[in-house]
Design a protein around this ligand. Structure first.
Ligand code: GAR
Length: 210
């Protein structure tokens, strides 16, 4: 099985979705540890309750990003992690960290990339009047919210939607998409080919759906 570490900063609902998916013995990945950079991250409790090592590496305890990230990598390696999922991890990772975990580091972002990189995705989508938005799981590259796309899910924007209502509706799609993307990678059905991801023919229908 693919040995996965999950990095969070807060609520951790996507992390929880991955942990729940991995409880199925048939799931091809196992969650070795959950790591937060914030002591108050709710997700740490969830992991702890399920017997998954829940680690706190507080970025404020380090004088540089390089030292913080070195501690993160050390903790991941100590837990035998060979693949990393960012799940609401709200620190920008450095090129050195991305290089260390090259093609073994994915993220979930609450927009249909390459639209709406960065923060406040739903405010901007509403202001633009788009009628579909969604979420993207992608491999991480040095540029923020850029990188080979593994899978996307779309949801309609409804009249009366607010950033909060959109975020809440999107979250249920995220919780389906992230485990799907991780499963396809772990099964070898989603493979990085330069700056895009090749999807096995029998998995294509799963990786782009409403
Ligand atoms: C999710 O909506 C995720 O897509 C987003 O933060 C939320 C985390 O929720 N990620 C980003 O905005 C990354 N820039 P969670 O902690 O409950 O998984």
């Amino acid at each position: 099985k693919l040995k996965v570490g999950i990095l969070i900063s807060g609520r951790g609902s996507n992390m929880a979705a991955l942990v729940e998916a991995a409880r199925d013995p048939a799931f091809p990945a196992e969650v070795c540890c959950v790591l937060s950079n914030r002591p108050d991250a709710k997700g740490l409790e969830f992991a702890r309750e399920r017997g998954i090592p829940a680690l706190l590496i507080d970025h404020k305890a380090y004088t540089s990003k390089a030292e913080f990230e070195a501690a993160v990598t050390e903790a991941l390696v100590a837990h035998a992690v060979d693949f990393v999922c960012l799940a609401g991890f709200m620190r920008i990772v450095s090129p050195a960290f991305i290089e260390r975990w090259h093609n073994r580091l994915i993220n979930i972002h609450p927009s249909l990339l390459p639209s709406y990189k960065g923060l406040h995705t739903h405010e901007r989508a509403l202001a633009d009047g788009v009628k579909l938005t969604g979420c993207t799981v992608h491999f991480v590259r040095a540029e923020m919210d850029v990188g080979p796309i593994v899978a996307q899910a779309a949801i309609p924007v409804l009249s009366g939607d607010t950033p909060d209502s959109l975020a809440a509706r999107l979250l249920t799609a995220e919780h389906r998409l992230y485990p799907l993307a991780l499963r396809l990678i772990a099964e070898g059905k989603a493979t990085v080919n330069g700056e895009t991801v090749d999807i096995a023919a029998d998995a294509v229908d799963e990786t782009a759906r409403l």
